[in-house]
Design a protein around this ligand. Structure first.
Ligand SMILES: [Zn+2]
Length: 202
């Protein structure tokens, strides 16, 4: 299987502006056929290839093919304008549509997750654990010890990790020593600034 490249696509047929076939003399027998190309990746059409459109004039009676200068001037002009108007098929944009759909899906998902996270952070409970990035670029955890209206008591983990995936292993009771007061608002600000990256149980 070839992973990417271009493929031809048949666009449409239009009546040619020629009275009769120069070879078999059949009346009104000439038809213009138009083609273009599209790019594909893994067999999925991505977008139509720009400037890749062509056509030919074929006699339906004797299958004689007329091209370029073989056509009278008037027929050539009609051929050209029909070719310009021949639009790509919608499915030639499949890859682009899929990508657009994926991006929208991703955005919606992301904003739903953020909404859920803010709802949790706005109503902290004893035992909640936040996974966050420290100002030095390393990762650690914060544990909620208690709540008093719009403030919480938290313990900062005394350890940190270089890689984010490793931070989940730090959430051990023995690692939390100190106790500090924080406003719930501060926690939400930390999340919105991109420092709180996850929450236990999310
Ligand atoms: Zn003919």
């Amino acid at each position: 299987m070839i992973f990417f490249g271009t493929k031809s696509v048949y666009l449409k047929a239009e009546k040619a502006e020629i009275k009769s076939c120069p070879k078999c003399n059949a009346k009104e027998s000439l038809v213009n056929h138009f083609f273009s190309k599209y790019f594909y990746i893994l067999g999925i059409p991505i977008i139509p290839a720009p400037l890749h459109k062509w056509g030919k004039t074929v006699c339906t009676s004797c299958e004689h093919i007329l091209k370029g200068k073989a056509l009278p001037l008037k027929a050539r002009k009609v051929f050209q304008s029909q070719k310009d108007k021949a639009r790509p098929k919608w499915w030639e944009y499949s890859g682009l549509l899929l990508l657009g759909g994926f991006l929208i899906w991703n955005m919606v998902n992301h904003s739903l997750a953020a909404k859920k996270m803010i709802a949790y952070l706005s109503d902290p409970k004893k035992g909640d654990v936040y996974f966050y990035e420290k100002e030095n670029g390393r990762y650690s955890t914060i544990k909620v010890r208690g709540r008093k209206t719009d403030s919480i008591f938290v313990s900062f983990n005394q350890y940190e990790t270089i890689e984010f995936w490793a931070v989940y292993g730090l959430d051990e009771n023995a690692n939390y020593l100190s106790k500090h007061g924080m406003r719930i608002e501060e926690i939400i600000e930390m999340y919105e600034a991109g420092f709180i990256l996850d929450m236990k149980g999310m």
